[in-house]
Design a binder for this molecule. Structure first.
Ligand code: BGC
Length: 814
């Protein structure tokens, strides 16, 4: 232990006090021994340091910071250097604002397009997500502070995120849901990991020995700190035993006491606590050093950082359709700019990642400098409203006079939010109504889309051009105009598949888990792994994106550790191409997707120029996780080495014979037909159980049982107590009513912070206002013992206040 001597000087109570926050964002300090507290702040695409009122829901303002494009956006750049650059700038701002731990990047897989937080995550592919995450982390941590990769792991739905049990087989877990974290830990060397809210195969991730001890610590050699997601601790002592150093936010000492009792009673060894304190102190001291440096920058250059945000956005924008080369726009084209998003940019998502931007570009203000000729603007629709015929008519009148209509549309902030999933993949109908009307009066429509995740586009035939900016941050509008005008040649490629219809998504039959659990029956077949293997048509494949130039691929050469090929720019303008390496096995002994991403390179090429690209193989190129040997193995086989401009556009192909590690195939093929064919969209429970190796737990609530700590407020719907059922009705009515009167964001808050909250959250998230004994009383009320419960609550509250009074008197004396 690095801080053995210091730890020896602490009392048991002092040691335990470090195991949870001092308040909402800070850790405990100990002046007596010179231990400072450290500050943790969201979030992945900008600093959200709250100087005053604190919350994790995106409610109260934070200190202004640069709002960079969100991870879903930056993933489209496929550029690790760019990821490192954002990390570097995030790190600079974190240092200026005295933030020790920056709570990002978020790297959960996009199992399903409707997950409400997809805008905060990189990709449906673990390799791409892992590499970008590692780049962010390197950039952030180059400043001496810590990144915090989150949410570890299998947190792929927002509904019931604090209680849902994710049922997933070990191989899928390793290959799909953990690989990005593995890369972030091993290559990014993240100093902090945030455990997720949910359960994994029956145990909360934060307490899950297999995940936290066996995989994270023993296999990956992780020596950093694990922090709970806010309010996500269930059994504090079990969490500590699994290696969770820090519980956030504060529980006013209640859970620290649980640790003290566990040590005093011999339930756990003091050594476990000491080791956790040691790792936490290391994080505190090493990150705090940065702030002790008298030369530390206390400010940052707002304009320079804004320009970096713009550069990042420019490289992340994806050109999806360009019929008759309608783009780039000609400078003398008369443009009608239509769509409310042109006036008020949609640039980030809602929830804990909300950044208070230092500046905010909007299209209308940036038009002049773009050199484009705009003949007018019409909003055409209301962001949160219904169809508005007057607005549509005004937009059509303008569109009739224009050469080209630039239509700004997408999803709104209330639709893509933390804590809830999207209800569908549609964009709002009032925007589609507008598009339909515009297409009657003008053939040249270019849609500029802003959404943080995949959407359906049944309207795509009505537009000639389609550019997707995702959630491009505070400088996104200017970046988009530079792409539209041709000042920047687009080079983004989609980091997720766009299915034709939501129903085509393999997990759509099992998303979201509505009661106890969610079964990942599609196994490893998420995103392109499914569409490609099962030969299901998509709207836009993974890795797809157009450019204003064209690229030709030639000369593939492969050897045991790398593949080399040439890319030539065959068009008239300079551009960047993302060349993608996919690998598939020719053997069918062990099922796997037809091909999987194993490397990529982004290259800048002048017109007529040819560049030779080399992509090195690594430990992930041929491996698979063998559930019998419980190890990564390589199957002896001929492998297809494929170089593509997208997952569906393979330009070069060769094979390579690879020696295996000799492990026998772990599966009984006859029992796993869907996984062997890849048609895994509607797997039966029996087949899923064969893959899992055991029965699935009951996925529905046992309505006969009394409600407990980990049941959610939503379950009051069937509570024994009439009062609880009434409260439930009130909550659902309030939600319905708020939506009805257009207050969707407030309605969302009810879902996030009340409806899906487990009862234990009342004690974990109220900073000591409600403690666990009081919660016992509340549960008595919920379960039908109103007066007994009320009496208990009042008695425990009195006790708590008395204790607190005694404590403050003692403090005043001492
Ligand atoms: C989110 C985390 C976030 C934390 C603190 C939680 O609700 O899931 O991503 O870092 O709040 O705001």
């Amino acid at each position: 232990m690095k801080y053995k001597e210091l730890i020896q000087q602490m009392t048991l109570e002092e040691k335990a006090s470090f195991m949870s926050g001092k308040d909402f964002w800070q850790t405990m300090d100990l002046e007596r021994l010179g231990i400072p507290s450290m500050f943790l702040s969201d979030g992945p695409h900008g600093i959200r340091k709250q100087a005053e009122a604190a919350d994790h829901l995106g409610l109260n303002e934070s200190i202004p910071a640069t709002c960079f494009p969100t991870a879903a956006t930056v993933a489209n750049s496929w550029n690790q250097e760019l990821g490192e650059l954002i990390g570097d700038y995030l790190g600079k701002e974190a240092v200026a604002q005295k933030v020790n731990v920056l709570l990002g990047p978020g790297i959960n897989m996009k199992r399903n397009p409707l997950c409400g937080r997809n805008f905060e995550y990189f990709s449906e592919d673990p390799y791409l997500a892992g590499k970008l995450a590692a780049a962010y982390i390197r950039g952030i941590q180059s400043h001496g502070i810590s990144a915090c990769v989150k949410h570890f792991a299998v947190n792929n739905q927002e509904a019931r995120r604090m209680s849902i049990d994710t049922i997933v087989d070990e191989r899928t877990l390793r290959e799909i849901y953990l690989t990005a974290f593995e890369i972030a830990v091993k290559e990014g060397k993240t100093k902090t990991v945030m455990s997720s809210y949910n359960m994994l195969n029956g145990a909360y991730t934060n307490e899950n020995q297999h995940l936290m001890r066996v995989i994270l610590r023993d296999e990956w050699g992780y020596e950093g700190v694990v922090v709970t997601d806010w309010g996500g601790s269930n059994d504090r002592v079990a969490g500590l035993v699994a290696g969770n150093e820090l519980e956030m936010p504060t529980t006013a000492g209640e859970t620290n006491l649980e640790i003290v009792n566990a040590v005093s009673s011999g339930k756990i060894q003091e050594k476990v606590l000491d080791e956790a304190v040691d790792r936490l102190l290391d994080l505190v001291f090493t990150t705090e050093q940065v702030f002790n440096n008298p030369l530390r920058d206390k400010d940052f250059d707002v304009n320079k950082h804004h320009r970096v945000a713009q550069k990042v956005a420019e490289e992340s924008i994806v050109l999806l359709k360009n019929e008759a080369n309608i783009l780039p726009l000609q400078k003398n084209n008369n443009l009608a700019v239509i769509g409310q998003f042109a006036k008020e940019a949609r640039y980030q998502g809602a929830g804990s990642s909300i950044v208070n931007p230092t500046r905010l570009d909007n299209t209308l203000e940036c038009l002049e400098e773009s050199g484009l000729t705009c003949i007018g603007y019409e909003p055409g629709f209301e962001r949160y409203g219904k169809k508005n015929n007057q607005k549509i008519n005004d937009a059509c009148t303008l569109a009739k006079q224009a050469d080209v209509v630039l239509l700004y549309m997408g999803l709104d902030e209330a639709t893509e939010a933390e804590g809830l999933d999207r209800a569908s993949m549609h964009i709002p109908q009032n925007q589609i109504d507008l598009l339909n009307a515009l297409s009657e009066v003008n053939d040249n429509i270019v849609v500029v889309l802003s959404c943080g995740a995949a959407v359906e586009m049944p309207w795509i035939d009505k537009v000639k051009g389609l550019v997707h900016g995702y959630l491009a941050g505070q400088a996104g509008s200017r970046a988009m105009l530079r792409v539209l005008s041709g000042d920047v040649n687009p080079s983004g490629k989609l980091a997720e598949t766009y299915p034709l219809r939501y129903e085509d998504t393999p997990s759509s039959h099992n998303f979201p888990g509505k009661e106890v659990s969610v079964e990942y029956r599609e196994g490893m077949y998420i995103g392109y792994r499914y569409f490609d293997t099962a030969a299901v048509n998509v709207l836009f494949p993974f890795g797809y994106g157009l450019s204003y130039t064209t690229f030709a691929y030639s000369n593939i050469q492969v050897d045991l550790d790398k593949v080399t090929f040439d890319v030539t720019n065959t068009g008239d303008v300079a551009g960047m191409e993302v060349a993608q390496l996919y690998v598939g096995s020719a053997s069918s002994d062990i099922f796997r997707p037809k091909k999987e991403l194993k490397g990529f390179a982004k290259v800048f090429i002048h017109p007529g120029e040819t560049k030779t690209v080399t992509i090195a193989f690594d430990d992930k190129t041929f491996r698979y996780f063998n559930v019998n040997t419980n190890k990564w193995e390589v199957e002896a086989a001929d492998y297809n080495i494929l170089i593509g401009a997208s997952s569906a556009d393979i330009r070069l192909e060769t094979t390579l014979a690879v020696e295996g590690t000799g492990a026998p195939a772990p599966y009984d093929q006859a029992k796993l037909p869907s996984y062997y064919t890849g048609k895994a969209s509607n797997v039966s429970v029996e087949e899923f159980e064969s893959l899992l190796g055991h029965k699935v737990p009951k996925s529905t609530w046992d309505r006969s049982k009394p409600l407990g700590y980990n049941d959610t407020i939503a379950q009051c719907a069937y509570a024994k107590g009439g009062f609880a059922r009434f409260a439930f009705k009130l909550i659902t009515f309030a939600h319905w009513f708020l939506r009805k009167i257009g207050k969707r964001e407030t309605a969302n808050l009810i879902m996030m912070s009340v409806y899906h909250m487990p009862f234990r959250g009342m004690a974990r998230m109220t900073g000591g206002i409600i403690n666990m004994p009081m919660l016992d009383g509340i549960l008595m009320i919920v379960n039908g013992h109103f007066f007994k419960g009320l009496g208990h609550v009042l008695k425990e509250r009195k006790k708590m206040l008395k204790q607190a009074k005694g404590l403050s008197k003692a403090e005043a004396k001492g």
